[in-house]
Design a protein around this ligand. Structure first.
Ligand SMILES: CC(C)(COP(=O)(O)OP(=O)(O)OC[C@H]1O[C@@H](n2cnc3c(N)ncnc32)[C@H](O)[C@@H]1OP(=O)(O)O)[C@@H](O)C(=O)NCCC(=O)NCCS
Length: 230
């Protein structure tokens, strides 16, 4: 066992070896909800075009510490892409956080890709990041669970996602253009329902979010591109 392990892992970084070992011994990482989502004065709804300016401002306020240079354009184009769903969280009527996801078409794996989750620096630590993560997962179409949820950690956010069970995994370099660290978790239908339940105290515009989520899933399948996990 040890000989084959060392043959299999030769040439890998320690991060990758640990990830492989934990997959072998513990199985795929399982989602967990560490805490309930934030407070009743939060409101979660779909992004609208008149939110673009505040989202760009939130991005700029986070950019230096959390995003690599030159990504603002990618953020703005993701906000407008029909294959992404972006949610915003308002506090007392003001947008304070934004977060997106997409469901890349793939015949062999059901994948949800989290994108550009960020909170206004003055509103961090009050539950908005948690609320938007749970809202995104609760919004997945029923036909899209169970699935693997993937995120890339660009500015130390992996410790936040690890609280929910996300674990590092290795993506082949040819599919990892920017060299980001990838993290993933398995989300069952029961997990998705638990996400919904933990949002009970919060105003969530569920119907419009679900409709957008289904439309984005269909848009991805209509323009299927080769997936990095095929
Ligand atoms: C990561 C982020 C989305 C978390 O949002 P948030 O609203 O501050 O988080 P919440 O209030 O829901 O949860 C905070 C809890 O997570 C914990 N946590 C662990 N790692 C953390 C991290 N890297 N950042 C923030 N909180 C973290 C905090 O200690 C806190 O725990 P507590 O409630 O037990 O005290 C936010 O800090 C952010 O915008 N980061 C910058 C942008 C970014 O890196 N985004 C991800 C890349 S796409």
């Amino acid at each position: 066992m040890l000989a084959s392990l060392s043959a299999h892992t030769s040439g890998m970084g320690s991060h990758t070896i640990l990830a492989k070992l934990s997959d072998w011994f513990l199985g795929p990482p399982r989602f967990r909800v560490p805490v309930d989502a934030g407070s009743p004065n939060f409101r979660v709804r779909l992004l609208r075009p008149d939110d673009y300016a505040i989202c760009e401002e939130i991005y700029r306020l986070n950019e230096v510490k959390h995003f690599p240079g030159g990504f603002l354009e990618k953020f703005v184009s993701a906000l407008k892409s029909p294959r992404h769903v972006f949610l915003v969280a308002e506090v007392d009527g003001r947008v304070r956080a934004v977060a997106g996801f997409s469901m890349p078409a793939n015949l062999s794996h059901c994948i949800t890709w989290l994108a550009f989750g960020m909170v206004h620096p003055e509103s961090k630590g009050v539950g908005l990041g948690t609320t938007l993560l749970l809202s995104r997962l609760a919004a997945l179409p029923q036909s899209h669970t169970p699935c693997t949820v993937v995120m890339t950690s660009v500015g130390g956010s992996n410790t936040f996602y690890e609280r929910f069970g996300f674990r590092y995994f290795q993506v082949p370099p040819k599919f990892n253009e920017y060299g980001f660290d990838h993290y993933r978790v398995h989300l069952s239908l029961g997990d998705r329902i638990r996400c919904e339940q933990s949002l009970r105290g919060i105003q969530v515009a569920e119907d419009e979010i679900r409709a957008a989520s289904e439309a984005a899933r269909l848009a991805s399948f209509a323009t299927a591109a080769p997936s990095q996990f095929a």
